[in-house]
Design a protein around this ligand. Structure first.
Ligand code: M6R
Length: 611
């Protein structure tokens, strides 16, 4: 949560900082602010709400100066208000921060006793005061930040300015992400995430926990918090800036829905071995012997990633015949869950920074589990603590509602299950080859479904936009898709929606049904088809408005559905990739017709680094 950005160089910093914040706004949008070294001192502008409010403030009172820091906030300590907005200033020091200072109560008490005047309710302002006290004791900024952080417990990525040292920014990190961008033309950058820096540089240094850096226009020096020099080569990121733009779409979410065929091609590149009908699994970090020695897989994830992991359980049990359990990461933590010898833990996360998933994976690792992660953001916290990472390669996902990352996570789960199934002699060569071939054909099929169903689904969204409750039902692999359809609708349109295992409906939720409730029933031609059809009829008998998501040519489904969305006939394992698409589009269009903020829905943030 929260995004920070910094610039030091030879040109006006404010436009670069605002541009960076725009690309980080998905991390939070309760308030935004900048601090820039002006001709005499540090000047600050802050505004509550979206970035555009800060831009208005800046147009009324521009900031001049070539060194500055910026912040976009997702409120944790203190409600969204100007006084709680970052940057926070104490004496000559200004600080922006992403994270949570855990010992903030004790620090606040101590600072008040020391005579500090604390203006805000935030934990961040306390860091500014701690650094200021160290500067007053005669330390330079780098030493002052180092000393101050010695008193801080919790998660932070911070960027700090001092008007006494107007040519540098000091940054530091523990748990929260921080990337340093190395510019070519006498300028350097920092940010919470890669997309903020893409228009300026592709050369990036990823700071590790317990490291800090001093950024000047012509140098970047990285050290540990203890002062030991760190030598690390930058990585060149091959994402293009255009990947983080809307490219003519009204919203990032719509662009990302339509990007799925391309994203999957990237996910499959170098991994599908069509000749031998197998998966190239070198990134999985397991030898064939390791694969055979696994006794159980434990999947950890949150939100949409949890739904992708649920599909993974089906794949792993049916294709690799391996016992698989799945945990909501926040419920795994601190529960004293049992990890046994031979357990492989898979952490699934788009951002690679979700605190619940990160901490759960760390707990599992401490208990002796080997950790494989399925993550999108390169070199983020979860890959760094994992034994191996099977990246999704979906490219930057900006919309808060995850779409292309879901499909690519499901793809990685399926590829992993095929790879494991072959090594464990649980999956026949023919079936593996059929699936590999099917995966290779999926991107084109997904593109066809998207273009073929877009208008129909938009019409459905228009017709049912006022529905107050919506149900999504599915069995087998369609159950996680039902959950995902409901989550998408809830999070961006604020409509109450429930995803249910279709067979469970009769045990309670059927009572919700009347003639005002649209019920989406996922019933592709799979091993559950007949029973799903019965569930559809049960909903219909209670006068629900029934929308079937079915295989092309399914006349039975057509006969009993009020509306039918058809997808091509594919192997059962591939159905989730197609059936999820109309549900993503439905959620998108309902939200768009309602006029909600599709890419930045209320109360949410893209990366959830709080518990
Ligand atoms: O970055 P992660 O995949 O770990 O994030 C997990 C959830 O916070 C995320 O999937 C969330 O549920 C999305 N808003 C869903 O669209």
């Amino acid at each position: 949560m929260c995004g920070i950005v910094g610039y030091v160089g030879g040109t006006a910093s404010a436009p670069i900082l605002v541009d960076g914040l725009r690309r980080l706004e998905y991390r939070g949008y309760d308030s935004a602010g900048l601090a820039v070294h002006g001709p005499k001192s540090i000047e600050v502008r802050r505004a509550v709400g979206k970035l555009r409010n800060l831009e208005t403030a800046l147009s009324e009172r521009p900031l001049q100066g070539n060194v500055g820091i910026g912040h976009t906030r997702w409120a944790t300590h203190g409600r969204p208000s100007e006084v709680n907005a970052h940057p926070h200033v104490a004496g000559p020091v200004a600080v922006v921060h992403n994270g949570i200072i855990e010992n903030h109560l004790e620090l606040r008490k101590r600072l008040v006793e020391a005579g500090c005047k604390i203006a805000s309710d935030t934990d961040t302002e306390l860091v500014a005061h701690l650094v200021h006290l160290e500067v007053e004791r005669g330390k330079d900024l780098e030493s002052a930040v180092r000393a101050a952080l010695g008193e801080v417990q919790g998660a932070y990525a911070i960027a700090v300015l001092s008007s006494l040292e107007p040519h540098r920014i000091v940054v530091a990190k523990s748990s929260s992400p921080l990337v340093v961008g190395l510019g070519d033309e006498g300028e350097n950058f920092c940010a919470s995430d890669i997309p903020a820096l893409l228009p300026y540089t592709k050369k990036m240094l990823f700071l590790e926990d317990g490291e800090m850096a001093v950024l000047e226009a012509s140098s970047v020096r990285v050290t540990t918090l203890e002062g030991k020099v760190v030598e690390r080569a930058p990585r060149v990121i091959d994402w293009s800036p255009v990947m983080a733009e809307k490219a003519g779409y009204k919203h990032f979410m719509l662009k990302e829905i339509f990007e799925q065929p391309r994203a999957l091609e990237d996910t499959f590149r170098g991994r599908l071995d069509r000749e031998s009908g197998d998966i190239h699994g070198h990134e999985i970090g397991l030898s064939d012997d390791d694969a055979r020695a696994i006794r159980r897989v434990v999947l950890l994830a949150c939100g949409t990633s949890h739904h992708a992991a649920l599909t993974g359980r089906y794949f792993l049990e049916s294709l690799a015949k391996i016992p698989t359990t799945i945990e909501i990461a926040s419920e795994f933590r601190g529960r004293d869950a049992v990890i046994c010898e031979g357990d492989l833990v898979i952490a699934v996360s788009q951002s690679g920074e979700t605190l619940d998933t990160l901490v759960a994976a760390k707990e599992a690792k401490a208990k002796g589990a080997k950790i494989l992660s399925i993550v999108n953001v390169i070199d983020s916290a979860i890959p760094r603590m994992s034994d191996a990472t099977f990246y999704t390669h979906a490219g930057p996902e900006i919309g808060v509602a995850s779409t292309k990352c879901f499909s690519t996570q499901v793809a990685n789960m399926l590829m992993f299950a095929i790879w494991l199934g072959r090594r464990r002699d649980a999956l026949s060569a023919d079936k593996a080859a059929e699936l590999v071939e099917g995966l290779a054909r999926l991107p084109q099929m997904m593109a066809d479904v998207l273009t073929g169903t877009r208008q129909l689904v938009a019409n459905l969204a228009r017709r049912y936009v006022e529905a107050r409750d919506v149900l999504f039902l599915g069995r087998g692999l369609s159950f996680p898709i039902a959950l995902e359809g409901a989550l998408k609708l809830k999070e961006i349109s604020y409509v109450h929606a429930e995803g249910y295992a279709a067979g469970e409906m009769k045990h309670g939720p059927i009572a919700l049904i009347d003639n005002r409730v649209p019920v989406f029933v996922l019933l592709p031609k799979d091993s559950h088809h007949e029973r799903s059809l019965s569930n559809l009829q049960e909903a219909k008998a209670r006068e629900a408005i029934v929308i079937g998501i079915a295989t092309e040519g399914d006349e039975e489904a057509r006969a009993v559905s009020d509306d039918l969305v058809e997808v091509p006939d594919v192997a059962e394992e591939l159905t989730p990739f197609l059936t999820v698409l109309p549900l993503q589009l439905y959620a998108y269009y309902v939200a768009d017709f309602k006029g909600t903020d599709v890419d930045q829905p209320r109360n949410l943030a893209k990366t959830v680094t709080v518990e």
